[in-house]
Design a protein. Structure first.
Lengths: 324, 324
């Protein structure tokens, strides 16, 4: 049975009690109405204690060495005394029955560190739901004193957009290919990046990495107009070289310092909160729509008619909305 | 008074009667319930006669020479016997009281040509509304026998996304700067492009254009993974050279031919129709939400509270949805 007195949870979280943190997360992930109500109360009460971490989002397709990068960066930060939480947004974790972070052996050294907290992706019906829970878990970790939150995304669907919308810095990991081309870019992702890191910059790979870096710098210059405060840097890093991720963390700190000085840090967070509210409203509206039995039954049929030009998209939308 | 017998409209449109076409568009743009019902009937009846044009979307920020480009391309096509309709999506046209295409003298030669039809952007409360009307006007033009539809966007808000979602080919116009850098790129736009044209490739400008072309080719190579059917070409063009836009039209025809052969042409249109239905459904849901009096009154207050961390985004969304 899950404890249900919100006060116990709140105090436990503020004390950094890991058992209570885990229980609160279970509440948040629960689909029981009563648990959700309690989670709600807890979230409301801890809100004033949140916001004091650096939120770093990390994306990269499988093969770019994301886990090792996160482990190395995390261990290095934990050793310096930072309290590091690693969360994940993976909308497929339910379907596969597991999660990209379910297997903690993936980050063996980090998960064994007393300053670290690793949490697999919450399951959920929709990306919005998964991201919503991750966002709340992030706030819980902040209230519990974690000062660095690493949010990983596997890059399924629009998950990068969701993660970029909840972090202070969005890092895109890539690698150079066998030739000089870049691997691991998904459409639309570069434009979300606050920084890019070309990983595996070591050994025989160095020449290809340098060429890829040059190309990418040209591309970023074209895609992202220079801002007085920040233009997206293209860095290189390595997980087999000692301290090979330090420059990436320095970049994050530099961005943090500049954005705090310019006021953009606070502004970005306020904007994110507001956008988050609207995302949830839209999600809620869509859920109500799709859970309407008549509409749900009609969707496949009318979709087919639209595809075959039997009915115009506007007429079809009108029909579906009329059932509400 | 507007004629209201739908049969008259339908026959008039199919006959290519410009007076009737204009009247139908007025019906579509009207906010009167009765007009909308009639427009609906007309749209439904002409649906089988639509779809036979090449739909070309054109974007570019002010200064890249978009109007002159469209005029030259349009006149050249009209002279070859094509029937060319020029439409615009400009969600600001209502606010400014005019429209980017309101002043037909902007395209003097084209608007005087008997094969051309130029229509300013419809007004509307939302981008979704403006785009919806433009899409319907496009269908009317097709039913009336226009075989090339040029849809212009001024690039406000997400208007490029709306236009890209209704055309067969989305063209991005740019120019080279005084140095060798590129001007006129908006974030996220390059990834929508089926083709890019660097305009004003003439005279002293040629060297800068060539350099910009090379850089852009590298960037596009990184952003857009090669497809077996199509990789976004970077072309150059000029409106002061005779036939300086011919190569652009050839690119569009080449794309059209290849996409028709591979089946992607039909697939893209089907996908667009279905996405369009969902866009309209979401738009409809949002409108109902925002037109709810209690919600409408609450939004500014609760937005402020979210921004100032007085309430969490999830709690705020919950509150707003509870009023429905």
């Amino acid at each position: 049975m899950i404890q249900t007195d919100p006060e116990l949870f709140i105090q436990g979280i503020l004390d950094g009690n890991r058992r209570i943190i885990a229980k609160t997360i279970t509440l948040i992930e629960s689909s029981l109405k009563e648990h959700q109500r309690n989670a709600f109360t807890v979230m409301d009460k801890i809100l004033p204690h949140t916001g004091k971490s650096i939120r770093l989002g990390i994306t990269g397709v499988p093969g770019v060495g994301k886990s090792t990068f996160i482990e190395n960066l995390g261990v290095s930060l934990a050793q310096k005394g930072h309290k590091v939480a690693v969360l994940a947004v993976d909308p497929t974790s339910q379907r596969s029955g597991g999660s990209i972070l379910g297997d903690k052996t993936r980050m063996e050294k980090l998960s064994a560190h007393e300053n670290a907290f690793i949490r697999p992706s919450p399951a959920g019906e929709t990306l919005g739901g998964v991201a919503a829970k991750t966002r709340e878990i992030m706030l819980i970790c902040e209230a519990a004193g974690f000062d660095v939150i690493l949010v990983e995304t596997v890059g399924v669907g629009q998950s990068e957009t969701s993660v970029a919308a909840m972090v202070d810095f969005f890092l895109v990991l890539m690698i150079a290919g066998a030739g000089d081309e870049l691997q691991g870019i998904k459409k639309g992702i570069l434009e979300l990046a606050d920084g890019i890191a070309i990983n595996k910059a070591d050994g025989d790979n160095l020449k290809a990495v340098e060429k890829a870096k040059g190309d990418l710098e040209i591309a970023m210059h074209l895609i992202c107009p220079e801002s007085p405060t920040w233009s997206t840097p293209v860095m290189t890093c390595s997980s087999v070289i000692d301290g090979g991720t330090n420059n990436i963390w320095e970049m994050v700190l530099d961005h943090n310092k500049k954005f705090k000085a310019s006021g953009e840090f606070k502004q970005r967070r306020k904007k994110q909160s507001l956008e988050w509210m609207w995302t949830l409203v839209e999600e809620g509206l869509k859920q109500r729509f799709k859970h309407n039995e008549k509409i749900n039954k009609e969707i496949p049929k009318i979709s087919q008619e639209v595809k075959n030009d039997k009915i115009s998209p506007s007429a079809a939308a009108e029909v579906l909305l009329s059932y509400l």
